[in-house]
Design a protein around this ligand. Structure first.
Ligand code: GDP
Length: 480
């Protein structure tokens, strides 16, 4: 957790000597090659951060805001943006491929659809955009970065296999993000397909089909033969109408990066999804910590286009560097502003990264959640256990600790080790993770470390309850 003064200075884009001086003022003697501990690093960052950002700091950003506000105008219906999730091998890729193959308008003869991270289809009833990286890893990563792109989740469940662990995970992720679900019951061409079992299995997860009195649309289909796929597209458009998705179609564009790469010949390329306004060739833009002028736009067929409107993905060329997936972009009037904002963000982002690792301890989460809201505090937990019975018992006992001052939400639970998906759910929902006789795997630990998530291991149920109780009491300042 320690960091050398030189590294810290680099992260802060400052001279090493200046950091040494600042440390000295705080009473810490350290040379440039020496390490300081995590807490000191955070303290000094805040100390310097204030100064570093203070002078004329937020000017560019507020100028940008003023710009963004100009993107006001009449709102119109916009196409929905869909992410496909589900258990491995249930047919997510096949479904995306089938839809792309049969529904994407290939402009000129011989147009071959390319993978740019998303595509849009034009049906007689309306337009739909699909993010074509299936699975919830991409979905949660984006959300973690604050990008709320997905309007509807299509949950693919194979009719011959039924609800599986990753099906349950996908449900938890969609629910945590408050994104509505449509269930695609896939592989109905198979002889052992049993769609009604899928529907009744889903009841356990409070995903209730319309025929059972719920409000979740379920479509039976085959990604292999294409049977039922049109019904799915209809269901998506119907859900989209209910959601009443709107955007301004004129003016400078804003949106989010879906995918990016450094292309040998073409330089930085990014696929962006426009959320408001119209993105045009020649526009100046800030994109995360990058900036540039749109040199060219390409659709999913690799065809050059002049403009792209809301919910439409396009690949753009002309950025100063490679932005990250989840970065936002804003079109601005001139290059100077684009450059200023990008540089300021760069400095800020370095600082934030450093401070972010200060942690999401249960105590902190609890205190943060209470701020501003009603008197009731909330604590989100992800609970994983080795056996089903224990998991259930823990869920009930923890939820049962809730009273009018504190609410314990078990937002995710399951049997088995703590996975990357669990960790991401915790990160996006500001939750602590509890492992009962199970451990976090390497990829989960990485997410946990990067996000400073509070992870605790237990092997005695009483200890779990006792510790959560103690923490809650500590924050509340009285017995729970
Ligand atoms: P993913 O892991 O969810 O992306 O699943 P894939 O799309 O890779 O599909 C897994 C396997 O199921 C592949 O062998 C597909 O050919 C097959 N598959 C997918 N959809 C269907 C379907 O509707 N019917 C049949 N019979 N096989 C399917």
């Amino acid at each position: 957790d320690a960091i050398t003064v030189a590294d810290l200075a680099q992260k802060l884009a400052m001279k090493g000597g200046d950091v040494v001086k600042a440390l000295f003022k705080m009473g810490v003697m350290a040379t440039i090659t020496q390490s300081i501990d995590h807490d000191t690093a955070v303290l000094i960052t805040e100390e310097l951060g204030h100064k570093a950002v203070a002078a004329g700091a937020n000017d560019a950003e507020s100028e940008l805001l003023a710009h963004a506000e100009e993107v006001q105008g009449e709102k119109q219906q916009r196409p929905p943006v869909v992410t496909i999730m589900g258990h491995v091998d249930h047919g997510k890729t096949s479904l995306l491929d089938y839809i792309r193959r049969t529904k994407v308008a290939t402009g000129e003869a011989g147009g071959i659809t390319q993978h740019i991270g998303a595509y849009h289809v034009e049906t007689p009833k309306g337009v739909i955009s699909f993010l074509d990286t299936p699975g919830h890893a991409a979905f949660t990563q984006m959300r973690q970065r604050g990008a709320k792109l997905t309007d509807i989740v299509v949950l693919v469940v194979a009719a011959d296999d039924g609800v599986m662990p990753q099906t349950a995970e996908a449900i938890q992720h969609a629910k945590a993000a408050k994104v509505p679900l449509i269930v695609a019951i896939n592989k109905i061409d198979k002889s052992d397909a049993d769609p009604s079992r899928v529907k009744s299995d889903l009841l356990t997860y409070e995903v209730v089909a319309e025929e059972f009195g719920g409000d979740i649309q379920m479509v039976e289909l085959s990604a292999k033969t294409g049977q039922g796929v049109d019904d799915l597209l209809d269901a998506i458009l119907l859900q989209s109408e209910v959601l009443d998705l709107q955007a301004v179609f004129e003016g400078r564009a804003t949106g989010v990066v879906i995918e990016s790469a450094l292309d040998k010949g073409r330089g930085p390329v990014a696929t962006v999804l426009v959320q408001q306004g119209q993105l045009s060739k020649g526009d100046y833009l800030v994109c995360g910590i990058q900036y540039g002028r749109v040199r060219a736009l390409f659709d999913e067929n690799g065809t050059q286009v002049q403009v792209a409107g809301p919910s439409i993905p396009v690949q753009i060329l002309g950025l100063s560097g490679v932005p990250e997936a989840g970065d936002d972009f804003v079109v601005v009037a001139d290059e100077r502003l684009a450059k200023d904002v990008a540089q300021q963000r760069d400095t800020k982002r370095r600082e934030l990264r450093l401070v972010a690792s200060a942690g999401n301890r249960m105590e902190d989460i609890l205190a943060q959640m209470g701020e501003g809201s009603s008197q009731q505090l909330a604590l989100n937990l992800v609970v994983k256990a080795d056996v089903h019975g224990t998991m259930q018992a823990l869920r009930e006992a923890l939820t049962g600790l809730s009273n009018d001052q504190i609410k314990i939400n078990v937002i995710g639970s399951g049997v088995g080790g703590i996975t990357e998906s669990d960790a991401q759910l915790a990160a996006t929902s500001k939750a602590a993770v509890i492992g009962f006789n199970v451990r976090a795997d390497a990829s989960a630990r990485k997410v946990i470390d990067n996000n400073g998530i509070d992870l605790r291991y237990f092997s005695i149920i009483y200890d779990v309850i006792d510790q959560v109780k103690q923490i809650a009491s500590g924050v509340l300042g009285k017995e729970v």
